[in-house]
Write a protein that binds this ligand. Structure first.
Ligand code: TMP
Length: 209
């Protein structure tokens, strides 16, 4: 059986991490071999890039293009080192963020050139697309309030303006409208159990589990 790349996307605090964990347990229960990974930070090199990208240090400025290139570098390493080998072994990969994050955050959020982003996404992935992307849709305010409530403190991107996060949200909505067979919207404001039920239904249907 061939491997599958299943990506989870959404704005800050949309609940990806918990839902991925529940999915992982459910798939393992079905006897499927699962790998859980994320971007940025799914490789050793990527962990360094994640720290550079997200830590909030006073007086540290990262230009918008540098930010874009660092996310692309993280992805290129992740695709080669983790995604392709695991897919070749027939594993199901649950990946926290992938190319749509770059389109939503650097494209819609920062306003960087979309054709440049598409080219970089292509270079970083050598054309590897997700088999299915679950977009957990929650209000930006609700998601950020969840993040503020978890006591960890907001990272460099979470601290962006509300207008930035709204543009990211708009980006996801437009991506989902443009790629309806690859990206499926799930209402992330429902209870955790209800969201998980819906996700399992989508996976059963789309991946014929
Ligand atoms: P998270 O893993 O906790 O969701 O945090 C990753 C952060 O990085 C999140 O704010 C979204 C951001 N990000 C981008 O801006 N562009 C990207 O391409 C990726 C993968 C993440």
């Amino acid at each position: 059986m061939g491997g599958k790349l299943i990506v989870f996307e959404g704005v800050e605090g949309c609940g990806k991490t918990s839902q991925m964990q529940f999915c992982c347990e459910w798939l393992q229960h079905l006897g499927i071999s699962v790998v859980v990974t994320r971007e940025p930070g799914g490789t050793e090199l990527g962990l360094h890039l994640r720290r550079l990208l997200l830590e909030k240090v006073e007086n540290k400025s990262i230009s918008e293009v540098t930010e874009l290139l660092l996310y692309a570098a993280d992805r290129a390493q992740h695709v080669e080192q983790e995604l392709k080998p695991n897919l070749a072994e027939g594993k199901y990969i649950l990946c926290d963020r992938y190319t749509d994050s770059t389109t939503a955050y650097q494209g819609y959020g920062r306003g960087l050139n979309m054709s440049l982003i598409n080219q970089l996404n292509y270079i970083a992935t050598s054309g590897l697309e997700s088999d299915l992307t679950i977009w957990l849709d929650v209000d930006v305010e609700v998601g950020l309030a969840r993040k503020q409530g978890d006591g960890v403190g907001l990272d460099r991107i979470e601290q962006e303006t509300i207008a930035f996060h709204r543009r990211v949200q708009q980006g996801y909505a437009e991506l989902a409208a443009s790629y309806p067979s690859r990206i499926v919207r799930v209402d992330g404001s429902l209870t955790q159990a209800a969201v998980q039920d819906i996700i399992q239904g989508i996976l059963r249907d789309k991946l014929e589990l």
